[in-house]
Design a protein around this ligand. Structure first.
Ligand code: HEM
Length: 168
């Protein structure tokens, strides 16, 4: 018998019932989720390609980051809310789904990479703000970020192909 899964409690809320039962709820939420995901990944790509010295080379790194990151964070907030709503209908089953767990782990790793970058090489950005080729540690952060976010997208898509659990 499966152990206690606190995510099962979420399934008993009215919102979760709506996501499960309304014919339009899941597809509309998924469309919102995918649109937000597109904006998260697109804006992160702009930053990462600049860090790799591959695009937007005429722009100082700090200027690009000031202009692009507010879009990233806003879209990420929409992705978290829409993703949580999508999850709510069958929260317990998603929580134990291996592909879903992989997606969350990759997102956590992307967050750690971002934090290491922010508290590391970013502190000295004034010295390489306009450099066409940023320092190796910045390039590595950009490369890891791209790889991890692509992983999040692959795992997110994979969930839909493996997920067949029924709450009943
Ligand atoms: C806390 C945050 C998030 C939660 C709880 C969440 C949850 C979900 C859920 C429940 C699904 C539906 C899976 C299914 O079809 O059964 C989904 C789909 C997906 N998610 Fe997320 N998600 C979150 C954030 C993100 C982020 C930040 C990204 C990528 C940048 C992402 C990428 C995707 C992708 C690519 C899909 C597949 C869409 C499709 O099949 O059409 N998710 N997510």
């Amino acid at each position: 018998m499966a152990g206690f899964n606190p995510f099962r409690l979420v399934e008993q809320t009215g919102v979760a019932a709506w996501v499960r039962e309304d014919a339009l709820a899941f597809p509309v939420l998924e469309a919102v989720h995918v649109s937000a995901v597109m904006l998260v990944f697109g804006s992160i790509c702009m930053m990462d390609l600049r860090l790799l010295g591959a695009a937007s080379l005429s722009q100082p790194v700090t200027r690009l980051s000031d202009e692009v990151l507010p879009w990233t964070w806003t879209a990420f907030a929409v992705a978290v809310v829409s993703g949580s709503l999508l999850m709510s209908g069958q929260a317990g089953a998603y929580a134990v789904n291996a592909q879903f767990q992989l997606k969350m782990a990759l997102m956590l790793a992307a967050g750690c990479n971002m934090a290491l970058f922010h508290f590391g090489v970013w502190r000295g950005v004034d010295a390489w703000d306009r450099a066409v080729a940023p320092p190796a540690r910045a390039k590595l952060a950009g490369f890891l970020s791209l790889a991890l976010w692509i992983g999040v997208i692959v795992a997110g898509r994979w969930v839909g192909w493996t997920f067949s659990a029924s709450p009943f």
